[in-house]
Design a protein around this ligand. Structure first.
Ligand code: SF4
Ligand code: SF4
Length: 102
């Protein structure tokens, strides 16, 4: 059975601080910095990017930000889980997944 966690916090916290098998109140996603358990990060080669937006569309966590006039997308590593979907879907293969160093 899931344990319900009422998250009312002033500061961000680590996912590892939470109990296993919990559910959280809706509207708290912003407080979960899911990037702290990532094992690889996406690195974008802007010289090859054609600004198609596939990375932005396919990222399941919606962590790509459209940089508009600069014509590229930037990932918010606080929330990137390192799943690699963006790198897989990029038609120009300009996103490399780099192993995180600890
Ligand atoms: S999917 Fe690849 S080519 Fe398209 S905007 Fe993202 S990084 Fe650029
Ligand atoms: S690695 Fe996964 S979570 Fe991170 S930006 Fe790419 S698609 Fe999103």
């Amino acid at each position: 059975m899931n344990k319900k966690v009422d998250i009312v916090m002033e500061a961000a916290f680590k996912i590892s601080d939470l109990p296993l098998g919990f559910t959280a109140k809706p509207g708290t996603t912003r407080k979960f910095k899911t990037g702290d358990w990532r094992s690889a990060r996406p690195v974008l080669d802007r010289a090859k990017c054609v600004y198609c937006g596939f990375c932005y569309i396919y990222c399941p966590d919606g962590v790509y930000r459209d940089m508009g006039a600069e014509k590229y997308y930037q990932v918010d590593l606080d929330y990137c889980k390192g799943c690699g979907i963006c790198a897989h879907e990029c038609p120009k293969k300009c996103i490399q997944m780099i192993i995180e160093e600890v």
